[in-house]
Design a protein around this ligand. Structure first.
Ligand code: NAD
Length: 458
């Protein structure tokens, strides 16, 4: 394979993991991030966030990676420049693409005369952004009086936090949106080892058995941008749909676990994303569904399915509070333990995590709250801050101490290993609200504790 010189702008969940995968398959990757604390950690070989396999990948690929706080002359020598900065929601719900524009403006300053560059937009961006970035670069180059060839391509990312490196090395598909055959060709070359699966798998992230070559889908930029939004909104809808059914199960005496199993075995539906619970959070589904609504409203186009998906999702958080009130009456002065703060297991990301909203509401209602997470305690503390009524516990058993109820908010596999006897034994009142239908309800009940799931038959 031909090694390429790659620059990745934004060393976050997407940029760092994608760039490390590209380095692992043989490319040379310069990472740039304006967050100097992130760069300092990376230079020491320490990951700035929790992601399985990242420590090993940083170590294995140290010769093919470098980390920078600023764009510099080295950008001029790149073949591919990948933009993976954040696109957070504005107050209006629209995705803010100013970081993408900033990154494109910065790199353009260092492009060399008479060279070929492919600039890849990996961030999730509203439809039309690739076109806008191409135009922005064209104007800047004209002002700089530099004649060079810049090809802009969309290449949305589908990785899942908690298994990001696995997804980057063994993706389901790679989507490229480009009108320009040169950009499409460069991306094919960049991903060739991943498309052919002919690289040596890292020991900590082995290739799944019988893993097929992923498909490369080449399309126009607008369709490529839309594929990302449509995929995320569909997944979010699937979860909200099963949560809505779970609510009805509670009314009519059906059990959502049985229902999901029976429904998911239909190959047209599939079993994934049919787990009822506290709903989705994180940095993608909330902001991407919001951005879709905003794009629709630009055209006066209503999107009632996406809107309902969001409504149902946020109702789940309120449902947990309602369940606690039903069991405990007023929550003022009650102690509630929360197991899990990350928006899902395998990550320390707490952006729009359901647990955090539940905690905020409990504090507002006058409860004492004790919380634990295997890796996200620090990030949660940064968001929630200190509060006399909120205690961060390093040990999962500590959250149960004199608790009137426990809420399981994130289904960390570690929580399956806890001694329920010890956990329940420490509680003042024996009540578990299982926000993820994760704990063995029978065992909990045998230990004399009330078990309340989401959509479960009581
Ligand atoms: P992140 O916040 O983890 O990382 C973004 C990084 O970009 C930060 O470290 C920030 O310091 C840096 N940055 C911002 N402006 C910069 C600039 N001008 N120059 C250099 N660095 C800059 O975000 P993320 O979760 O990696 O998401 C990045 C994009 O990918 C978003 O558009 C997101 O929607 C999309 N995406 C995220 C995921 C996910 O699971 N996190 C999955 C698919 C797509």
């Amino acid at each position: 394979m031909e090694s390429m010189r790659v620059v990745v702008i934004g060393a976050g969940y997407v940029g760092l993991t994608t760039g490390m995968a590209l380095a692992h398959v043989g490319h040379f990757v310069h990472f740039i991030d304006t967050d100097s604390s992130k760069i300092s950690l990376l230079r020491e070989g320490r990951p700035p966030f929790h992601e399985p396999g990242l420590v090993e990948m940083l170590e294995m690929n140290v010769q093919r990676t470098s980390f920078h706080e600023k764009v510099g002359e080295f950008v001029g020598g790149a073949d591919v420049i990948m933009v993976a900065v954040g696109t957070p929601p504005k107050a209006s719900g629209e995705a803010d693409t100013s970081f993408v524009e900033e990154a494109a403006t910065e790199v353009t300053k260092y492009l060399r005369e008479g060279t070929n560059y492919t600039i890849v937009i990996k961030s999730t961006v509203p439809i039309g952004t690739n076109h806008k970035i191409a135009e922005l670069i064209r104007r800047l180059l004209k002002k700089q009086k530099i004649e060079t060839h810049v090809h802009v391509a969309s290449n949305p990312e589908f990785l899942r936090e908690g298994r990001a490196l696995r997804d980057a090395l063994y993706p389901d598909r790679i989507v490229v949106g480009a009108f320009d055959p040169i950009a499409a060709g460069m991306l094919r070359k960049l991903y060739l080892p991943i498309l052919n699966q002919d690289f040596q798998a890292p020991p900590s992230i082995p290739r799944p058995n019988n893993f097929p070559s992923p498909q490369l889908i080449t399309t126009d930029p607008a369709s490529s941008e839309m594929i990302k939004y449509a995929a995320n909104a569909f997944l979010a809808t699937k979860i909200s749909y099963i949560n809505e059914i779970a609510g009805l199960c509670e009314k009519v005496g059906a059990d959502i676990i049985e229902v999901s199993r029976g429904v998911g075995l239909d190959p047209r539906i599939g079993p994934d994303f049919l787990n009822a619970g506290l709903g989705w959070g994180g940095s993608c589904f909330p902001k991407d569904t919001l951005a879709m609504l905003s794009m629709g409203s630009e055209f006066g186009y209503e999107m009632p399915i996406v809107e309902a998906t969001r409504t149902v999702n946020y109702m789940q958080r309120a449902n947990v509070i309602r369940k606690l009130q039903q069991e405990l009456g007023p929550l003022r002065g009650k102690t509630v333990g929360i197991l899990g703060l990350a928006f899902k297991p395998g990550t320390d990301d707490v952006r729009d995590a359901p647990a955090l909203d539940v905690i905020r509401k409990l504090l507002e209602l006058g409860a004492y709250v004790r919380v634990h997470d295997p890796v996200a305690l620090g990030n949660a503390r940064e968001v929630l801050g200190s509060d006399a009524d909120l205690e961060y516990c390093n040990d999962a058993y500590d959250v149960a101490e004199e608790a009137d109820a426990l809420v399981l908010a994130t289904e960390w596999p570690e929580y399956k290993q806890l001694s329920l006897e010890r956990l329940i034994g420490a509680m003042r009142r024996k009540l578990i609200i299982d926000g993820r239908n994760f704990l063995p309800s029978g065992v909990v009940r045998e230990l004399g504790c009330k078990y309340v799931g989401m959509g479960r038959r009581i």
